[in-house]
Design a protein around this ligand. Structure first.
Ligand code: UD1
Ligand code: UDP
Length: 380
């Protein structure tokens, strides 16, 4: 049987690859061999354990504070050695991390076909998000099969002269992962969150980590949260903080000690999706959270100047607000206090998927490997 190798290394890739790994494990026509780079360590291992994935191979490249070039070169070197002894018929990479692009380059140089999940997202600005916009464009140049989550991302690829026969619209597997998890009501590990779940409070859920926001912009986010906490004593602000020390140093000083702010460790995926469903609104610079929250009808304020995910913005559930401190405070105030405004944004929309993206992914790989026929695109 043809051997397919999913390769991933960070939290969001693990969440979005988990449904693909599960679908490959169930396939009667493909074998799979899961390889992780360990670009993230604790946050990656947390997701794998939730989805019951034990990687077949771990490059274990993690080092605190590692550079992008360090991640790239260690990944390529590790995969180069692995492909010499265990050569798959195709690799699957996901999205736009450095693990993802390094995996694609390493496979391409071994003439192994690259399957790119979540292909075709474009912000239009090479430097934002950095380095992700460049990463995904590089991967598009060398992939053999492009799995676009939406027709918008398909159109982006066609504009770049990717042949339409090599593009399949699958939906985003993040919605598969969300549907697999969100109704389970996983107990919170942190007693403060379980206690919060028992009360009927308005929750503002906040995540931030983007490299281009680190430094002064992220300190401004911290100051904005402090001002919101003071202005809205009945609002509970929950901040699951990324493991990156640069994020922690920027955000914590302004908000620590405030009694309506709960700063917690990165939440295991099941706990995070439960918190998302308990939240009143979401403030984030995350890509994945922008895709998940609309599905639950939660208004999302995105602390970025642009987005490669315009679908939920068009649907009115997501709003781009940038990172200016005063603007963040004003936008949250509007959502909490302007009558009718919250309801106009709180629409449950599912532009990113229907929970069947992993099945379409496996079918598209089978077709690429000559053992299946072309499937219908998601949304058609
Ligand atoms: C990476 C991805 C980004 C993705 C994000 C998801 C790249 C270039 N960026 O960014 O696209 O949105 O992951 O979270 O690939 N750290 C730990 N433990 C962990 C994870 C991170 O200590 O489990 C710390 C380390 O000090 C590490 C730092 O966080 O050096 C940054 O991690 P890194 O993978 O370099 O980039 P991210 O900014 O997390
Ligand atoms: N997430 C999580 N725990 C947290 C915060 C986020 O499990 O404490 C999940 C979230 O549901 C989403 C993913 O992590 O699926 C997003 O990861 P991140 O924001 O780190 O990266 P991005 O999506 O921006 O690449």
């Amino acid at each position: 049987m043809p051997l397919v190798m999913p390769i991933y290394g960070t939290r969001p890739e693990a969440i979005k690859m988990a449904p693909i790994v599960a679908a490959l494990q169930q396939s009667s026509s493909l074998d799979q061999f899961t390889t992780v780079t360990g670009q993230h360590r604790s946050m990656l291992d947390q997701v794998n354990s939730i989805f019951g994935i034990v990687p077949d191979h771990d490059l274990n490249i993690f080092a605190p504070g590692q550079t992008l070039n360090g991640i790239l070169t260690k990944t390529i070197d590790g995969l180069d050695k692995l492909f010499s002894v265990n050569r798959p018929d195709a690799v699957v990479v996901q999205g736009d991390t450095t693990t993802s692009t390094a995996g694609a380059i390493a496979a391409f140089y071994h003439s192994i076909p690259v399957v790119h999940a979540e292909a075709g997202l474009r912000s239009g600005d090479l430097f934002s998000p950095f380095p992700e916009e460049a990463n995904r464009k590089i991967t598009s140049q060398i992939a053999s099969l492009h799995l676009a989550p939406t027709s918008t991302s398909r159109a982006n690829l066609l504009r770049e002269n990717i042949p339409s026969a090599d593009i399949v619209v699958t939906g985003n597997t993040v919605i598969d992962a969300l549907f697999m998890t969100v109704d389970k009501k996983v107990p919170f590990t942190d007693p403060a969150l379980e206690e919060l779940a028992a009360r009927d409070e308005k929750i503002l859920l906040v995540t931030t980590h983007r490299r281009e926001n680190q430094g002064e912009a992220m300190r401004g986010v911290g100051r904005a949260l402090a001002r919101i906490a003071d202005a809205e004593p009945d609002l509970i602000i929950v901040v699951p903080l990324h493991k990156n020390p640069l994020v922690r140093e920027a955000v914590i000083p302004a908000i620590e000690g405030k009694k309506n702010v709960l700063i917690v460790e990165p939440l295991p995926y099941g706990e995070f999706t439960r918190m998302l469903s308990m939240s009143h609104l979401v403030l984030t610079d995350s890509g994945g959270v922008q895709e998940e929250a609309p599905s639950l009808g939660k208004p999302v304020l995105v602390m970025r100047e642009n987005t490669e995910r315009p679908e939920a913005v068009d649907a009115g559930t997501v709003k781009l607000i940038g990172t200016d401190e005063d603007r963040i405070v004003a936008e949250v105030d509007q959502l909490l206090n302007v009558r009718g405004y919250y309801d106009s944004m709180a629409n449950a929309v599912n532009p990113y998927g229907d929970g069947k993206a992993a099945a379409r992914t496996v079918a598209a790989i089978e077709q690429m490997l000559g053992i299946g026929s072309r499937i219908a695109d998601f949304g058609d």
